[in-house]
Design a protein around this ligand. Structure first.
Ligand code: SF4
Length: 210
């Protein structure tokens, strides 16, 4: 696959959802950071169910840092790994207060040095909150990239780095959402909807459904 086709694929997915949004609910970069941290190994819906009460209690890094992990646990106990997530959320908030003027840093290295923040979380925050042309690769984007031929790199991080090089930067601002939502609703894991797919003629997947 060449880059003209890669970019055409993303343009077509863009036409399906011209104004894509994160399916996580948030009202500030801080709330986005916390919501993405909480979303590891769980669904956006489950995170959205718990964050209104948590953010009502602690809407800022200062308020969250004033809590103990044991105070946070009851709010998020329906999520997997809630004990370590509670610890990370409080500790990360303390670091934001101590080192970053209680703001979410717009810097990749500063973000990944926060506890509980990996490369994917950092890229989602930089992309979604600050409009940076970065590609955070989740399980949907990894699957769609491999099937279509957008990128057959072997790891999510390598797929992200590849797409950042090969997609136009204006498309990269929203490409994370477009490809993710295509994977969630059309190119699904078990049974891709190839007959309804807007990129079927460009997709290189050999086992297309009809
Ligand atoms: S044609 Fe099928 S496999 Fe290819 S992107 Fe569309 S849904 Fe996925």
């Amino acid at each position: 696959m060449n880059d003209a086709i890669r970019n055409e694929i993303v343009r077509r997915l863009a036409a399906v959802r011209p104004s894509p949004k994160s399916e996580l609910n948030f009202n500030s970069p801080f709330e986005l950071l916390i919501a993405v941290m909480l979303s590891a190994q769980t669904t956006d819906q489950k995170v959205n169910a718990v964050t209104p009460a948590l953010f009502a209690k602690a809407p800022t890094p200062q308020a969250m840092a004033a809590l103990n992990p044991e105070d946070v646990e009851p709010f998020i106990k329906t999520l997997g790994l809630f004990r370590s997530k509670a610890k990370h959320v409080v500790e990360a908030s303390r670091i934001l207060c101590e080192k970053h003027n209680a703001l979410v840093p717009q810097d990749f290295q500063a973000l990944v040095s926060l506890p509980g923040v990996g490369e994917k979380t950092a890229k989602v925050v930089l992309n979604v909150a600050f409009g940076r042309p970065l590609m955070a690769v989740d399980t949907h984007i990894f699957r769609v990239s491999g099937r279509t031929g957008l990128s057959r790199a072997k790891t999510p991080a390598a797929v992200g780095a590849f797409l950042e090089k090969h997609l136009a930067s204006d498309l990269l601002i929203n490409a994370h959402h477009w490809i993710l939502l295509h994977g969630r609703y059309c190119c699904t894991a078990r049974k891709p909807q190839c007959a309804q797919c807007p990129i079927a003629d460009l997709c290189e997947y050999k086992e297309k459904t009809h």
